[in-house]
Design a protein around this ligand. Structure first.
Ligand code: SF4
Length: 691
């Protein structure tokens, strides 16, 4: 198997090129791309990589289709119509870059903080996602961005409990006897874990799903606890209560490897089964049975995912759940413990990649990406700083994916806002750009990856030459840096050099070149003898760091901002889990995947539908004070009473009435990490007449 050493060398192309899936998914698969005559004709999983096992999800199996799609943006485009109209004309690269540099430079002479980068995990690659771009904005002195839109509440919860984004090695779930799949539709968004769980099931393990939605995964588990959204911490505290009452505790582990047991014990004893059953909307007996299973089955493993933490109390929920394995001593076995994210295991040299020293002592303000809707509409003020005058968007589609999208769209529509978007397709956000710059896909550039669902580093080689006039993100920021007169040597680093810098000597780059992946040396049972990366070295039930921030030092149940039943006008709780084939909004561009999804849907319980005269398949309006979303109802058995599931994330322009589910989600923040609360959203639903 050969591979090119640079994009230019990709023509003539090798037949089979190793790469890595760039998408926001825990599995970070190893890819093999088949190239014929300079075209990628097939993308498949690399069978040599154990975590991938030669299998990709349906979305990325279509990556060749996505890369060579007729709708790809292949030249720089300049806006010719009103903002949001999507009217553009091609312009030469030099003209676009010169004008962008001139306009950013003019703003920077007044106050560079008026320029805001906006990016997330459109690619998870360390080079195309967080290297040259950060250098550019640091040197400029632009606002910093709190990249909070997915995982910060849960991440903070883990950090304040286990000490970092660390946990079980995913492969050992295969040996567990009990697996709690908590807040995860693994079949849709963690497929390779699901394969491991299936192995465990075949070997006799019991699978329990905990999720407000009856997902495809829930259907295939032995039991499903369909709790109300935002009540996971209450359930975890009740499990602790039962562990205490029945003495299903590992006292030796608790004594030697935890901190704050007396305080947590008292907190948990205040949460008897009946109280949790009331809060969670679950039968007492079901919680009791789960506690008995968890307390008496060894090894017991928890696969937690980020769904639980997109509510007001998301950080506390993750903290409560992450305490459970230390109570039972589950960490003693390699098939016991919890896994939310493994990303903290990776020794990424971010300082070398991002060069914070280019700030040269400046301390720009930080904009939270979750509140971009409000922030784009703010005037200058001493508290806020300068009004946002320019946005540079890459690896993200905020007009579709940020909460409270009516305000986001109003902000992007500002005529005095200068917006540059690096993209593959003309997304909702690209429609509002002044310039769209054509970016390469993963098949056209170098990158190097971490994972958050396993512990292997992956390298991505370019399989084909950049299509049309596309350039890599890193190249675009290099080009802009040159025009801005940034002469520091770090702006000359190539994409391949950036790949080498990401891990420095911590990972054998030659092995990455040879194999495409390199497992990190992680112990099989990392906390069997304690050694948590917390300040105390223990699993911290009680967090002194949280206490110092004025937060509850113990995990607790924090009710939703918009708890089910708390509003007479909006009596239904809405969550907005991803449609199976879209991966947030990334794959909405493919007609073949849209055809599978059909149309934007709201799942309702038949009782809630009947009370509103809503038939299966009817057009409905889902609304609250923030906005109104039009889609079609489905009574498919996946919604629990009182909860509706608005599947995301369709592009607004493809939705009924130009709306998508974020029309009604809120910019309120989580208890920790200042994250989003997409699944903490009170709504009402009514039938609409089809026009
Ligand atoms: S399962 Fe996840 S990592 Fe694997 S190809 Fe699909 S999106 Fe990428």
């Amino acid at each position: 198997m050969n591979a090119p050493t640079s994009p230019a060398a990709a023509v003539p192309a090798p037949q089979l090129v190793r790469g890595a899936c760039p998408h926001d998914c825990p599995d970070t698969c190893a890819l093999l791309t088949t190239v014929e005559n300079g075209r990628a004709v097939r993308v498949q999983g690399n069978p040599a990589h154990a975590q991938t096992g030669g299998v990709l999800c349906a979305k990325v199996s279509r990556y060749a289709e996505r890369t060579h799609h007729a709708d790809r943006i292949l030249t720089p485009l300049k806006r010719t119509g009103p903002k949001g109209s999507g009217q553009f004309a091609p312009v030469p690269w030099d003209e676009a870059l010169d004008d962008i540099a001139r306009r950013l430079g003019a703003i920077a002479t007044r106050d560079a903080q008026a320029i805001v980068p906006y990016s997330y995990a459109g690619t998870m690659g360390l080079v195309q996602g967080e290297s040259m771009d950060r250098r550019f904005f640091h040197r400029l002195g632009a606002s910093l961005l709190h990249r909070s839109i997915c995982s910060t509440a849960g991440g903070e919860g883990l950090v304040h409990t286990l000490g970092g984004k660390v946990g079980m090695k995913v492969e050992f779930f295969a040996e567990a006897r009990l697996i709690l799949i908590w807040g995860s539709n693994s079949i849709g968004s963690n497929l390779h874990f699901w394969r491991i769980a299936q192995q465990a099931k075949r070997d006799g393990a019991r699978l329990v799903c905990i999720d407000p939605r009856r997902t495809e995964t829930a259907e295939k588990c032995h039991e499903h606890l369909q709790l109300r959204p935002g009540t996971d911490a209450a359930l975890a505290l009740a499990l602790m209560h039962e562990l205490i009452e029945n003495d299903w505790l590992d006292h030796d582990y608790i004594t030697r490897h935890t901190l704050g047991w007396p305080q947590l014990r008292e907190r948990a004893l205040a949460f008897p089964l009946e109280r949790a059953a009331e809060v969670c909307g679950l039968p007492v007996e079901q919680i009791r049975r789960l506690a008995r299973d968890y307390g008496t089955t060894k090894p017991a493993a928890i696969r937690l995912n980020y769904g639980v933490q997109r509510v007001h109390g998301g950080g506390n929920a993750v903290r409560a759940i992450a305490c459970l394995p230390a109570l039972t001593g589950a960490w003693r076995q390699r098939a016991g413990g919890v896994l939310l994210s493994s990303s903290g295991t990776f020794p990424v040299d971010r300082a070398r990649l991002q060069r914070p020293e280019l700030l040269a002592g400046r301390a720009p303000r930080t904009i939270n990406m979750v509140t971009i809707g409000d922030d784009l509409l703010r005037a200058s003020s001493p508290a806020f700083g300068p009004k946002i005058e320019a946005l540079v968007v890459y690896n993200s589609n905020p007009v579709a994916v940020a909460p409270d999208s009516p305000r986001v769209a109003r902000g992007f529509a500002r005529e005095d806002l200068f917006t540059v978007v690096l993209e593959h397709f003309q997304t909702d956000t690209a429609d509002y750009a002044d310039y769209i710059l054509p970016a390469t896909t993963q098949l056209e550039h170098w990158d190097v990856h971490l994972a958050y669902g396993h512990t292997d580093v992956l390298l991505n080689r370019p399989a084909i030459a950049p299509q049309g006039q596309a350039r890599s993100n890193a190249q675009i920021f290099r080009d802009l840096a040159a025009r801005m007169g940034f002469t520091e040597p770090c702006f000359a680093d190539t994409d391949e050099q950036l790949c080498r810098q990401a891990y420095g000597e911590a990972v054998d780059f030659q092995k990455l070149l040879d194999d495409g992946f390199a497992p990190l040396p992680v112990p099989d049972a990392p906390f069997a003898e304690g050694g948590f990366p917390t300040p105390s070295g223990r699993c911290e039930f009680y967090s002194e760091r949280l206490a110092r921030q004025g937060l509850d030092p113990l995990p607790g149940h924090v009710p939703n901002h918009e708890a089910a039943g708390s509003s007479a006008a909006y009596p239904l709780a809405m969550i907005s889990p991803p449609a199976r084939n879209f991966l947030n909004s990334t794959f909405v561009s493919l007609q073949s995947l849209r055809d599978i999804e059909g149309r934007p849907l709201l799942e309702l319980h038949p009782d809630d539908a009947a009370a509103r005269g809503i038939a299966d398949g009817a057009l409905v309006r889902v609304f609250n004070d923030r906005g109104s979303y039009e889609c079609h109802a489905t009574l498919n058995g996946r919604a629990r009473p009182g909860v509706v599931n608005g599947l995301g994330i369709w592009w607004r322009k493809l939705g009924h009435g130009g709306t998508n589910v974020n029309e009604i989600t809120s910019q309120a923040l989580t208890d920790m990490g200042a994250g989003p609360t997409f699944y903490d959203c009170a709504v009402q639903v009514e039938a609409l007449a089809e026009s």
